[in-house]
Design a protein. Structure first.
Lengths: 118, 112
């Protein structure tokens, strides 16, 4: 099956600092990756769609200058939370769609990164 | 009206019985339908996907889709305690527009 990894799995940072989260597709090329955020007892909310080699598309209400997304290769997308604040504490999960060589609509999720801002 | 609606539960089912999870969606342009399982503190895991009306079976799982009624369901046969989790229904508009819209999930508990 398709394997997606995330790093780090858990991070604690101080308010005002920046945190980078990596998302990698390990056994396939992902032209499109997605970033989600999940608060406790809530469902996943899509933050942005990341396409390799182009700018990310952000959902309404998500600040693109605060949540920087870079999709520099077919296997790596990064999310940087800049000037993090306690309200940014959440579970951040990426997903990847199989590339154009596969006729597939399925998304496979990484294990998630739990961010705590103190 | 929410785009994807699920009964939040909790749904309690005896071990060995059939668990039935339901989902309705509002966007008639939806083409692809997914069921994800999420254990507490973990990320979602793809269980089933279905694109065409009717039933699709995979092991103990059966997904059912009725586009006319905008309804998709997941049946879990011979329920096991390890099936206890939150089940998320998700839909998208198909190839070229793969943004997933999730329901809030149904919490399922299998009682030994």
């Amino acid at each position: 099956g398709a394997v997606v990894s995330q790093h780090p799995s858990r991070v604690i940072c101080k308010s005002g600092t920046s945190v980078k989260i990596e998302c990698r597709s390990l056994d396939f090329q992902a032209t499109t990756m997605f970033w989600y955020r999940q608060f406790p007892k809530q469902s996943l909310m899509l933050m942005a769609t990341s396409n390799e080699g182009s700018k990310a598309t952000y959902e309404q209400g998500v600040e693109k200058d605060k949540f920087l997304i870079n999709h520099a290769s077919l296997t790596l997308s990064t999310l940087t939370v800049t000037s993090a604040h306690p309200e940014d504490s959440s579970f951040y999960i990426c997903s990847a769609k199989l590339g154009q060589t596969h006729f597939s609509y399925e998304q496979y999720f990484g294990p998630g990164t739990r961010l705590t801002v103190t | 009206q929410k785009e994807v609606e699920q009964n939040s539960g909790p749904l309690s089912v005896p071990e060995g019985a059939i668990a039935s999870l339901n989902c309705t969606y509002s966007d008639r342009g939806s083409q692809s339908f997914f069921w994800y399982r999420q254990y507490s503190g973990k990320s979602p895991e793809l269980i089933m996907f279905i694109y065409s009306n009717g039933d699709k079976e995979d092991g103990r799982f059966t997904a059912q889709l009725n586009k006319a009624s905008q309804y998709v369901s997941l049946l879990i046969r011979d329920s096991q305690p390890s099936d206890s989790a939150t089940y998320l229904c998700a839909v998208n508009r198909g190839f070229g527009n793969e943004k997933l819209t999730f329901g809030t999930g149904t919490r399922l508990t299998i009682i030994p």
